[in-house]
Write a protein that binds this ligand. Structure first.
Ligand SMILES: [Zn+2]
Length: 199
């Protein structure tokens, strides 16, 4: 498995064929997918305006990689700091984290998991993950309020009605209606962007 930085460099390498750069972006997104892979991919296609024919805008892939990089720069240092703190606490016999992090067992890279690939926050990824971390640091309870947007949760165990983030992360056993067909369309960047249902 190659690293995020190496793949991000390939995304921006204009000497490579566009399709290879697209696959490098896919690798980057597998490493760092704040909404989960599919919803993050959908977000990037929309936010970076990745065209169906990649040669129509060869800068789009680089814009998408930059957005992922900025989100990763926000989360990764905090995740590493948390892991180091937990190691110190365990060494001193303190085993229960008083405020477990918003990524829990599924890893920091899916910090604001959205089960529906077309329903996720629309702000830049770095802005959303920063908001999640700040609400968590302020002691907001993910069971009562969405860490991504602050909306009060009236129905536990459901994705946020305002932004699509699910408090249970990838453990949320919910899949979007007609997900395979929709995913095929998203992957091929066949999006009717004006009609995209955004939260
Ligand atoms: Zn929300």
């Amino acid at each position: 498995m190659t690293s995020f930085p190496a793949q991000a460099r390939r995304v921006c390498d204009r000497t490579l064929a566009p399709q290879r750069r697209l696959y490098a972006l896919r690798e980057c997104t597998l490493h760092c997918a704040p909404y989960g892979f599919r919803a993050t991919w959908h977000h990037l296609v929309v936010s970076a305006a990745i065209p169906r024919r990649l040669t129509d805008d060869l800068d789009a892939l680089g814009r998408a990689a930059d957005e992922l990089q900025r989100a990763r720069d926000v989360v990764l240092p905090r995740a590493e700091e948390y892991a180091a703190r937990r190691r110190r606490e365990k060494a001193t016999g303190r085993r229960t984290p008083p405020n477990p992090p918003p990524w829990s067992s599924w890893g920091w890279s899916r910090i604001a998991y959205c089960p529906d690939p077309e329903r996720h926050p629309t702000a830049p990824l770095a802005t959303v993950v920063r908001a999640v971390l700040e609400r968590w640091a302020a002691g907001v309870d993910a069971a009562t309020h969405c860490l991504a947007c602050g909306t009060e949760r009236r129905r536990p165990g459901r994705a946020c009605p305002a932004c699509g983030v699910h408090p249970d992360g990838p453990a949320a056993r919910w899949s979007a209606p007609s997900a395979p067909e929709r995913w095929h369309r998203i992957w091929r960047r066949e999006l009717d962007l004006d009609a995209a249902p955004h939260g």
